[in-house]
Structures are given as structure tokens and as C-alpha cells.
Design a protein around this ligand. Structure first.
Ligand code: FA5
Length: 369
């Protein structure tokens, strides 16, 4: 700021001459009008209305004027600064309105669009397969029976012709419940056979029993300590191995398609006599991979047959233990692992994938609800 100057002629101070004040004001107004964003407008504000702007500097000169010149120069500069501030406020308002309008368009959200943000849950493939198997048999007139997972040792073993010293008892490594007398986690679904017969006053009995079972097996690619089985039991007058074979053929047709042979191989189970392992022709290669290195089959390891599970005619001792007269009635039963069936049906290489709950495993099975 200049020092007070008594002989100072305001007309001689360049910054306060009317034309100069007008020029500074017009320059500011033009810059304000030209600012196309709020950032640009901020820079214009600093340049034309800030402490170091030409009009602010001119304002400071007023203090050094002789008293009679102060009012005139003060009015002139004040009006110019007022016009600039007014224009700045108007331009800010206009630019803010423009910005708000643009944001409304750019960031518009169509709340009516369908959203898939929370994918719907679907049934686990194991559940779907268990239900499909049960459906095959309920369509034939069987009913679904379920038993408890914590089972009396007598039902899990003794009633099934596996007395305390029977060597077959050790084939199914058992979880015993602590501090209980003769209670186990069931090692198979066969105790539901006994429960179903005991629950019926007189045969016929036709039941399908899906359920979770437990064995002290290590978890690996083909074993789990907790797995799933399906059991089938038919008790009626005059049932033979032919009925068992026919039922098995029907199940394979219903689950895997037409034209797949089944076979029974002699085996041993204490609760069936005679007993057999049941196999079906591989549904993937239909046996064509056998002895054909050019066409290897992952599903059956090029053996042509897939093992389904165990079966046989219900042992008369079991019928008797369940209160059924073996002189009058006969029955057949079979049981197999659903997890193993899911594995060969869908080429699952590692059983652990079935239980880990990773949706990347379950998604390819589709969204069956
Ligand atoms: C039984 O459990 C008999 N109760 C089946 C039966 C029923 C035979 C009626 C005759 C009449 P087994 O121990 O073989 O049999 O088991 C049946 C199926 O369970 C096996 O074929 C296999 O598919 C499955 N399985 C057995 N152990 C495991 C395991 N640790 N993890 C997954 N699946 C298993």
C-alpha cells in the first residue's frame, strides 16, 4: 500500500481511474462467464476477487487518497467488486445446478431392474440324487422309511445276524457313544429294515430308506467317516432272487437309461442269504472300453462294470428277529452308497469335494430347488 500523500491527485492513480476500474471489472466478469466448471470458477475467484486480485489491490490504494477523493474512488471500486462477487455467486449457483443435473443422469439407478445380487440357494446334488432314488421306488409302491442316526447296537448288529462275536462286526468300524450302554452311530441303513418290520404287524413290507451313516474310516478320495446309503427292503409271500434282479434292473433303467445290463456276483453279508454284489454295465462306455486302449473310460476304469452295492435274500434269522415268519414270508434287500453313486454318475474324482460345500462344485449340477 502506498504511504499517505497529501498532494495526491486521484485522477493520477492509474488503478483507480474509472476506465481502469471498469476494465478490471469487465475482465473479471468475462472470466467468470467463461468458467465452465466449479474448479475453474474457484481459480477465477482467487484471481479476480482474492486478496491479490487487481480490484483488491486497487481498493488498498483508496486508503492513501486525500479525504475528498476517497468517497468517489471507494464507491467506484466497491461497486465493481460488488458486481464481481454477485456474478461469482450467480455463476456458482448455475454451475452447481448443472453438476447436480449431470450427476442425476450419470449416476441414475434403475430400481426397477431385476437383481441377482443374492444368488438363490439350490439343493445339494446329493440330496437331489437321494430323492430321485426314493422317487423311483415310491413310484413302484414303496414307502420311505427313516431311522435314527444314533442306534441301538442290537438293531445295528445283533438283529441283523451279527452277534457280539461275529467277525463281520469288525468289517464296519464303529463309533460307540461314550457313557452309554450298547448305543452306536449306525454303520449302515440296514437297521431300518428291522425297524420297518417291527413296525408292521404283518408283511408285506416295501420300504426304501435313505440316510446318513457313520464309520471310523479315514477321509480320503473314496471314503468318508460320514456318508449316505440307500437301503431297500421287500418282504412278502413268494419273493425270490428274480424279483430282486428285476427290481435292480428297473432302478438302473430309471437312473441311468435303457439297455444297461446288471449282474450279481456271489458275496457274503450276515443279514442276507444268499448274498451278492450287484454291478451294472458302465453307462459311460457301455463296456466298450474293455481291452480297448484307444477308448479308455474314466467312469469304470475300463473295467466295463460299475459296482453298485450289496444285496441278497433276507436271512431267515433276520426275519425271525424282526417277528416275521420265514416259513411264510421271504424278502430281498439291497443297499449302496449314494455318495459313491454320485461320484461315478458325474465323474467326481474326490469324495471330499461332495462334502466341502464349495459352490464351484455344486453349481454345474444346476439350480434344482
Ligand atoms: C453295507 O453297508 C450293507 N448294509 C449293504 C447291504 C444292504 C447288503 C442290504 C445287503 C443287503 P457295505 O459295507 O459294503 O454294505 O457298504 C455299502 C456301500 O456303502 C458300499 O458299496 C459303498 O458304496 C458305501 N461305503 C462304504 N464305506 C464307505 C465310506 N467310508 N465312505 C463312502 N461310502 C462308503
Amino acid at each position: 500500500m502506498s504511504a499517505p500523500n497529501k498532494s495526491y491527485d486521484p485522477v493520477e492513480v492509474e488503478a483507480l481511474k474509472p476506465a481502469e476500474v471498469e476494465r478490471m471489472r469487465d475482465e473479471a466478469l468475462a472470466a467468470i462467464a467463461a468458467a465452465s466448471t466449479l474448479d475453474e470458477l474457484q481459480q477465477v475467484k482467487v484471481a479476480h476477487a482474492g486478496d491479490r486480485s487487481p480490484l483488491a489491490l486497487a481498493n488498498r490504494e483508496i486508503g492513501a487518497l486525500p479525504p475528498h477523493a476517497k468517497a468517489d474512488a471507494g464507491k467506484r471500486v466497491g461497486q465493481a467488486r460488488g458486481a464481481v462477487n454477485k456474478a461469482l455467486a450467480a455463476r456458482r449457483e448455475a454451475l452447481e445446478a448443472e453438476r447436480d443435473a449431470r450427476v442425476l443422469v450419470d449416476e441414475a439407478v434403475d430400481v426397477t431392474l431385476p437383481t441377482d445380487r443374492y444368488p438363490r440357494g439350490a439343493r445339494h446334488p446329493l440330496t437331489s440324487l437321494a430323492d430321485r432314488i426314493a422317487d423311483v421306488f415310491t413310484a413302484m409302491g414303496y414307502s420311505v422309511a427313516e431311522g435314527p442316526e444314533v442306534e441301538a447296537e442290537w438293531l445295528n448288529f445283533d438283529a441283523l445276524n451279527m452277534g457280539p462275536d461275529h467277525p463281520a462286526r469288525t468289517m464296519q468300524d464303529t463309533f460307540f457313544l461314550k457313557d452309554t450302554d450298547s448305543v452306536v452311530l449306525r454303520t449302515h441303513t440296514s437297521p431300518v429294515q428291522i425297524r420297518s418290520m417291527l413296525a408292521t404287524s404283518e408283511p408285506p413290507v416295501y420300504v426304501v430308506c435313505p440316510g446318513r451313516v457313520f464309520r471310523t474310516d479315514e477321509l480320503d478320495a473314496t471314503h468318508s467317516p460320514v456318508f449316505n446309503q440307500v437301503e431297500l427292503l421287500a418282504v412278502d409271500e413268494g419273493l425270490t432272487m428274480a424279483d430282486l434282479k428285476g427290481t435292480l434292473d428297473h432302478m438302473v433303467r430309471a437312473l441311468f437309461g435303457e439297455g444297461l445290463a446288471t449282474r450279481l456276483r456271489p458275496s457274503y453279508f450276515p443279514f442276507t442269504e444268499p448274498s451278492a454284489e450287484m454291478d451294472m454295465v458302465c453307462f459311460a462306455c457301455r463296456g466298450e472300453s474293455v481291452g480297448n486302449p484307444d477308448r479308455p473310460c474314466r467312469t469304470c476304469s475300463s473295467e466295463g462294470w460299475i459296482e453298485l452295492g450289496g444285496c441278497g435274500m433276507v436271512n431267515p434269522r433276520v426275519l425271525r428277529a424282526a417277528g416275521v415268519d420265514p416259513e411264510r414270508y421271504s424278502g430281498f434287500a439291497f443297499g449302496f452308497g449314494i455318495d459313491r453313486m454320485l461320484m461315478f454318475r458325474h465323474n467326481v474324482e474326490d469324495m471330499r469335494d461332495i462334502f466341502e460345500g464349495d459352490v464351484r462344485f455344486t453349481l454345474p449340477f444346476g439350480m434344482e430347488i
